[in-house]
Design a protein around this ligand. Structure first.
Ligand code: GN1
Ligand code: MG
Length: 372
């Protein structure tokens, strides 16, 4: 198959792939990188690799990023081996080019990487059941624990201030002021929604500064579709999308997961009456997460779990709105108002979480007491 997305002959000449290449699939679940599965015939068996083009307008230092990526994947793989697991299914592995690099820089300046394709897995863009969420919670909770002794000083910040909600708020104010795409007048309601919640933006950062929340190594992009589930057992076996593994708060990971999984509708649903926050999903994810990571968390981290869901949802809505105001320069879109629709689902969810806040606090407290 001929593709104008990448030059397969050129990619093939850089790597020691096993077998005869025959076709590729596009895996564009994410909003940032371009991802393909390259399929080879290896002695009559299918052998696949994942090829990703790193988005360098988002990740400005792809070579530093790949240093992180190799460090983290090697670290996780060693832990999987120590625990007697299967490293090619439970962790990612970066393949090196023929000249020994963990990435390939092509003639046009595009950065590529090749990693293992984990066979016989499924991922979900939507949680079909509370059970899936319990398992996702467990998988991210384990991942958190696995990284607990990762040497944080070796990690570069692949996107500076990624979950710094105060700086996200300031970027938003700047976008409103500059109004580059001339759209501010049509989104005054959304702009006011954010401004009314300015205070929320600094809560976790203040606690971090006061030493009341610990800095950890975190994933920072814990969408449900970043977990691969084993097709047979249904268990979450591998966490993917490791570009944003950086020092952060455990609460960023927990909150971001439920921002996505707790939504009863798609992230870009236009009909807001369908967008609700599902407290049963919250309950099962939290049970899974705390059963895996609970004993490594501090009481303050547990106390702020419900707040983190609200904050990460607000942050994501702010980011979509900011991108809409800037003329859609960051997130991949497939329709003109895509970022605005995404922003609106997030803000509807924030309202839902605010309404259900006391219930969420109760659920969290109960689960954490039961696990003691
Ligand atoms: C992006 O590419 P994807 O879909 O895994 C974004 C996340 C957002 C998410 C919103 C590097 O993740 O931060 O939460 O979209 N990743 C980056 O769906 O910005
Ligand atoms: Mg992703």
């Amino acid at each position: 198959m001929v593709s104008n997305l990448f030059d397969i002959e050129e990619i093939k000449s850089q790597y020691n792939f096993k077998g005869e290449y025959y076709d590729f699939d596009i895996l564009n679940n994410g909003h940032i990188n371009n991802t393909y599965v390259l399929n080879f015939d290896y002695n009559g068996c299918e052998k696949s690799y994942v090829l990703q083009q790193i988005n360098t307008s988002v990740f400005k230092n792809p070579e530093e990023l790949m240093r992180n990526y190799v460090g983290v994947t090697d670290f996780v793989r060693n832990k999987v081996i120590e625990a007697g697991g299967n490293p090619l299914r439970e962790s990612l592995k970066v393949y090196y080019t023929k000249d020994g690099k963990p990435f390939y820089l092509d003639k046009t300046g595009r950065y590529w990487r090749v990693i293992n394709y984990v066979i016989n897995t499924v991922s979900y863009n939507f949680p079909d059941s509370t059970e899936i969420c319990r398992k996702a919670g467990k998988t991210f909770g384990n991942f958190q624990k696995l990284l607990a002794d990762y040497p944080a000083e070796e990690l570069c910040e692949t996107i500076p201030n990624f979950h710094n909600t105060v700086s996200r708020y300031n970027d938003f104010l700047k976008a409103v002021e500059e109004d580059r795409a001339g759209r501010a007048a049509e989104v005054t309601k959304e702009i006011e929604f954010v401004k009314a919640r300015k205070k929320d933006c600094s809560v976790l950062l203040d606690l971090l500064e006061k030493g009341e929340l610990p800095l950890r190594v975190t994933h920072n992009d814990t969408k449900l579709n970043n977990v691969l589930f084993d097709k047979k057992t249904g268990d979450g076996i591998c966490v993917i999308d490791l570009d944003t593994v950086m020092p952060g708060l455990s609460l960023y990971d927990f909150g971001d997961s439920l921002r996505f999984a707790g939504n009863t509708a798609d992230e870009d649903e236009k009909d807001l009456s369908k967008v609700r926050f599902n407290t049963e999903i919250y309950r099962s994810y939290t049970e899974g997460y705390l059963s895996a990571a609970g004993d490594s968390l501090t009481p303050a981290e547990i106390y702020y779990l419900p707040f983190s869901v609200k904050l990460m949802t607000l942050e994501c809505g702010i980011r979509f709105l900011t991108d809409y105001l800037n003329g859609d320069v960051y997130f991949r879109i497939s329709r003109p108002e895509h970022n605005l629709d995404r922003c609106r689902t997030q803000f509807k969810l924030v309202e839902e979480i605010e309404e259900k806040y006391v219930e969420l606090m109760g659920i969290t407290q109960l689960i954490s007491e039961q696990l003691k």
